[in-house]
Design a protein around this ligand. Structure first.
Ligand code: SNW
Length: 278
């Protein structure tokens, strides 16, 4: 063995140990930093990545320039701002409804915002903020024979896959032929060309399509107050969920929620629980 060889064999364990120590310290350092820099466990600490929908106007929809707007979008932007995220730090991406909750579970988005009703079944795979909307599930049709749920017997009714409407219709509209669509626009196209006789969607969106296509009227309203819409986050991301809840409550207390609600849903009744408390 050469002198250099002995030197190497003596020194290497020490060096290896020192290296390990440095690596360990660096590891602890970055972890501590990461927790401080990214308290909400976001995919990218600097932005909130939001999954939403392009055709759920006035809740969430794409505008001509490709940006998103609607009650849910503006309400979420306001909530995010209270968490320190400027509008340009909130990135919205449109998805089919059925992809939204899986995309949260798979960490494709930090949060999903699209009038998503809170249910025990959904809570098995994702977590929900406190509620911020409660309303009706509505049947939209141009068929004068459909005036109530019984009138749907023997008719073809569109539902968007994965929605509460799909679940409700399958359970309660017996004798109705359910036709599943990926999104509202394709279902309303089918409604306008006669492929289906009615489409079942959220009340405000039904109302909006009725303005766009005046033959289409709301024929049935099913209360869905037991499934208020919330922001959907990854299971166990409690820091983010709790921060969203604090900001959401503040936005209700200072009247922001009311202002946005009256802007996007004029004439619709407002649940007291979302209004400022005296
Ligand atoms: O349960 C309702 C809630 O009461 C309020 O009216 C807003 O809509 C709901 O959350 C139901 N929304 C459907 C769902 O969660 C469809 C969502 C959508 O099409 N974007 O399945």
């Amino acid at each position: 063995m050469s002198k250099i060889g002995i030197f190497k064999s003596l020194m290497s364990p020490v060096r290896a140990g020192a290296m390990a120590l440095i690596v360990a310290c660096a590891g602890i350092g970055t972890q501590a930093l990461a927790a401080d820099d990214n308290p909400y466990g976001l995919i990218d600490a600097k932005v909130i990545s939001v999954g939403t929908m392009g055709d759920a106007k006035p809740y969430a929809f794409t505008q001509a320039d490709g940006t998103f707007s609607g009650f849910d979008i503006e309400f979420f932007l306001n909530v995010a701002e209270r968490l320190g995220f400027k509008p340009e730090q909130v990135i919205f991406t449109g998805q089919e409804f059925s992809a939204l909750m899986p995309s949260i579970a798979n960490e494709r988005f930090d949060v999903a915002v699209a009038a998503i009703g809170t249910t025990e079944a959904r809570k098995k795979t994702v977590d929900f903020s406190e509620g911020y909307l409660a309303g009706y599930l509505s049947v939209l049709t141009a068929d004068k024979a459909i005036t109530d749920a019984a009138g749907l017997k023997g008719k073809r009714l569109g539902v968007v896959q994965g929605t509460l409407q799909e679940i409700y219709a399958a359970k309660n509209f017996t004798g109705t032929d359910l036709v599943k669509f990926p999104d509202n626009n394709s279902a309303v196209s089918a409604l306008n060309n006669g492929t289906v006789e009615a489409h079942f969607l959220d009340y405000e969106a039904a109302k909006e399509y009725g303005v766009r296509y005046p033959d289409l009227k709301i024929a049935v309203n099913i209360p869905s107050f037991d499934a208020p819409a919330g922001f959907v986050v990854r299971k166990g991301n409690d820091k983010f969920r709790e921060a969203l809840n604090m900001a959401l409550r503040a936005a209700m207390q200072d009247g922001t929620w009311k202002t946005l609600y009256e802007k996007w849903f004029p004439g619709s009744p407002m649940p007291d629980e979302y209004l400022p408390k005296k």
